[in-house]
Structures are given as structure tokens and as C-alpha cells.
Design a protein around this ligand. Structure first.
Ligand code: MN
Length: 477
């Protein structure tokens, strides 16, 4: 039974009592979803269970696993956050609530430039980064089981996955999930192109087999001679990245397939550079293609050496060299830095864990030379200080933290701010002084003869609102 399998998996890295709490969450969720079926006809509980499996493979902590079990009960069964909190504790209830809120926002793909704002909004709404990880796992399982939905629904979810969720996985450095989301998204968005490309790929693979084996072996022999402990992997290009290259860089399929990609995994940073020297000694490096992401990691923490070489018969060989830890980091990103200490379960601690991840990135960067700007970049990526709210027709407005409906009105249009008399937030009449939160839908009620109220100066935070309230006539002109 799938639950047994999960509990076995968990017992490798969680404590007995933590595994038991996950099991209790499962039992509760099963009862809540009783009688509900997925579109595939499977009992609903198979979905949260599968989501938990994905998180278990990433070795996430027991609270994330419990939240995975319960992530759809608020949305689909009418259980309240308070009930979850009493039964399983506040941190789990907060996680479930956070995931439900993300599920609630509708992505309208009208404007592609909105995608980036959506990504930021998603991160802003999940002050605990585990909310994003549960949501990514939820989306991954939904993508794996997309087949049973109507074509229109399939396309909408696939679009959202490619525009919002795959890039978020990338920001967090979780490459395994990103690649699978992209390939599933590609297959659902463009089924014909996907199939054709997959077939072309299969055919090409046959032709390439001998060359791949030859390069592979020559590298292994050399590493052995130099007594470097290493694993050589030949790397398959992913269909979505091939497709994107063809479309964006206007390159032909054959051009792309002419490149042979390998990854060498070694045990230490020293060995990375030694191996690089060896490889450059075996094949001729292509000038300008060498990149040292070990000394200067990418913003999401990715580390590796990249180089491109010309091999025997003139074939182009791409090589990535990295340590075992860097490989784990590239696959699981922020999740690879999780800690499983029992008994410290406040949101605060989780936040500190995420902060420590950022700290880790900063240290890597400092070893490389620089800089505060880097930290600011990563921090802003993960926990933006801005709030992101919707206009009634779905446009996203970005505002500084603690902005109010008045700030919102002025940022849409000065005239709207000046004539504002009331507002609705998520359909509810709300005081104009109330601070907005990411994901809310804000509707301003206006009257032509209204005037800005000087009292607004007590709570507005944007310069635009402030100066317009002080000088209503000039700014209205
Ligand atoms: Mn779900």
C-alpha cells in the first residue's frame, strides 16, 4: 500500500513520533475526502498522498509532509483552519492555509509580462518558503495526471505551469522539479510538436550512441589514470529546452543535437579544477565558453564548472564539472538545505532556516569577492517587500509593503485617487486605511465630485498619493 511505502521512506530520515504525526494527518485527510474522486476516478486521497511522496523524496520535514496530506481539505471539504490548528498545531495550519490561498488565485494569461509579477506575488504570499515547496509538489502531481482533463483546462494549467511555477522552481534552485514541470507543460501545451520532437530525439539518439560511448570511455580512462574519483554521465537535453532554443535562437534541431553533453561528478572542489585541467588537456576548449560558477555561483546557488570542447571528429562536447554536494544542490535547491531537528517548530524557525539558506549563498558569494547587492537580490526574490494586488479586471499592481487602498487608487490613476470614496477588497467593503495583502482584489468606488481627504496623509505610503493629496488641483491636471 502506498501509505506504507511513504512511511518507510520517512523513517529513514524522520523520528518515529514525526512519522506518526504524518500518518495521523493522512488518516484525517482520508476521512475528510471520503467519497470524493479525482477526475481519473481514483479516490481523492491518492493525490495528497502522491504530493507527500514528492516531498519525501526531497527529504522535507514532517510539518511539510502533514501539510501535503491536508493541503486540499480547506478548499474541498469545508474543514476550517481553526480545526486543523487544534488538531495538528498552528504551524501545520498556517502551511495548509498558505497553500490554499495560492490555489485560490486565478492566473489570467492575457498579459505575459504579468507572469513575473505573479511569480513574485506567489513568493510574497508564502512567508514560509515551505508553502511554495508544497505548492510545487501539488502542481507537479497535477501535471503528471493532467491527461484526464478537457483540452482547454489542460492548456490553461500547462500555461500557468510554464509561466509561473517552473520559473519559481528555478529561482529556488530546484532543478529536478523545474525540468519535469517544463517537459510536462510542453507536452500539454503543444502535444504535436512535443511528439515530433521526441521522435526526432529518439532517432538521433541511435545515431549518436557510438560517439557518446567513445567520449564517455576516453574520459573515464583518463580520470582513472590520474586517480580522480569521478562519475561520468552523458546528459540528455530536455525537450522543452531544445524547443526553446530552436524557437528563440532560431537554431535547427540538427545543430542542437550536434552537441554532446556530459557531466562529471567528483568528490572535492580541488578535483573539479583538476578535472577541468585534464579535460582541457584531452580536447581543445572553445574560447569564451568556459564559466566558473563555483567561484561565482548563480543567484539561485547553482555551482558548477562549464566548458565547451571540440572532440574527436570535430564534435562539440559540453562538459559540466561539480561535486556531489553541488549536484544535490542543483537538484533540490533550497530543499537540500533543510534541517530536521525535532522540537523547534515555530514559523520563526522556518524563516530562519530560509534565511540560513540565503546566508549560505552569501558566503559562497563572498568567497567569490562580492557583494551586498547579491544578498539583496536573492532576498527580494524570496521574500519581496512589495505587495501585489489585482485590479477588478485582473491586472497586477505592485505596491510597497503596508500600502493602503488609497495608494492603490493613486497608482492606477491620479483621477481615481482624487475621486475615491470607498473600496471593496475581495468583494468586502473595507476601510480605506486598511493595509493591503498580496493576492487581494481591490475595487475602488469613486464619485465625480469627491475630493481627496487630508486625513489620508496619516496612512498613505506612496509618494504619488502623498503629493496628490497635498496638491489635488495641480496633480489632477
Ligand atoms: Mn492539490
Amino acid at each position: 500500500m502506498a501509505l506504507r511505502l511513504l512511511l518507510d521512506k520517512l523513517s529513514y530520515y524522520l523520528e518515529v513520533k514525526e512519522v506518526r504525526r504524518v500518518e495521523r494527518a493522512y488518516v484525517f485527510a482520508e476521512k475528510c475526502h471520503e467519497g470524493q474522486l479525482r477526475q481519473s476516478g481514483d479516490p481523492y486521497i491518492t493525490h495528497p498522498l502522491a504530493v507527500a511522496h514528492i516531498l519525501a523524496d526531497m527529504h522535507m520535514d514532517h510539518e511539510s509532509l502533514m501539510a501535503a496530506m491536508l493541503h486540499d481539505v480547506i478548499e474541498d471539504t469545508g474543514v476550517t483552519k481553526g480545526q486543523i490548528s487544534r488538531r495538528f498545531g498552528r504551524p501545520v495550519a498556517d502551511l495548509v492555509d498558505g497553500v490554499s490561498k495560492l490555489t485560490g488565485i486565478e492566473f489570467q494569461s492575457k498579459a505575459e509580462q504579468q507572469a513575473e509579477s505573479f511569480q513574485k506575488m506567489t513568493l510574497a504570499m508564502s512567508r514560509d518558503i515551505r508553502v511554495v515547496l508544497v505548492k510545487l509538489a501539488d502542481r507537479l502531481h497535477n501535471m503528471r495526471t493532467l491527461g484526464v482533463l478537457s483540452p482547454a483546462k489542460r492548456r490553461r494549467i500547462a500555461r500557468e505551469t510554464l509561466d509561473i511555477y517552473a520559473p519559481i522552481a528555478q529561482r529556488l534552485g530546484i532543478n529536478d522539479i523545474r525540468l519535469e514541470l517544463e517537459n510536462l507543460g510542453f507536452a500539454a501545451m503543444y502535444p504535436l510538436r512535443h511528439r515530433r520532437l521526441r521522435e526526432a530525439m529518439k532517432a538521433a539518439k541511435k545515431n549518436r550512441k557510438e560517439v557518446v560511448a567513445e567520449i564517455h570511455q576516453s574520459m573515464e580512462v583518463r580520470l582513472d589514470q590520474e586517480k580522480v574519483e569521478a562519475t561520468v554521465k552523458s546528459r540528455e537535453k530536455h525537450l522543452w529546452s531544445i524547443y526553446r532554443k530552436m524557437r528563440e535562437k532560431k537554431r535547427s534541431f540538427r545543430d542542437i543535437m550536434d552537441v554532446f553533453a556530459f557531466r562529471l561528478i567528483v568528490t572535492s572542489v580541488d578535483d573539479c579544477y583538476r578535472t577541468l585541467g585534464m579535460i582541457h588537456n584531452m580536447f581543445k576548449p572553445v574560447p569564451g565558453e568556459f564559466k566558473d560558477y563555483i567561484a561565482i555561483p548563480k543567484a539561485n546557488g547553482y555551482q558548477s564548472l562549464h566548458t565547451v570542447l571540440v572532440g574527436m571528429h570535430g564534435v562539440v562536447i559540453e562538459v559540466q564539472i561539480r561535486t556531489v554536494e553541488m549536484e544535490a544542490m542543483a537538484s533540490y535547491g533550497i530543499a537540500a538545505h533543510w534541517e530536521y531537528k525535532a522540537g523547534r517548530q515555530t514559523a520563526d524557525v522556518n524563516q530562519r532556516r530560509a534565511a540560513r539558506w540565503i546566508q549560505g549563498l552569501l558566503e559562497m558569494q563572498q568567497q567569490a569577492g562580492d557583494s551586498l547587492e547579491f544578498l539583496e537580490h536573492v532576498k527580494a526574490d524570496l521574500f519581496p517587500d512589495e505587495v501585489y494586488v489585482f485590479t477588478p479586471n485582473g491586472k497586477i499592481i505592485e505596491l510597497p509593503g503596508s500600502a493602503t487602498p488609497i495608494d492603490f487608487a493613486y497608482s492606477v490613476h491620479t483621477g481615481l485617487g482624487n475621486s475615491c470614496i470607498a473600496c471593496r477588497v475581495d468583494g468586502q467593503l473595507t476601510p480605506l486605511s486598511e493595509q493591503l495583502e498580496s493576492g487581494q482584489r481591490v475595487e475602488i468606488i469613486s464619485a465625480a465630485e469627491a475630493q481627496p481627504n487630508p486625513n489620508w496623509l496619516n496612512f498613505v505610503v506612496t509618494a504619488k498619493a502623498r503629493s496628490a493629496i497635498r496638491l489635488p488641483k495641480e496633480s489632477a491636471a
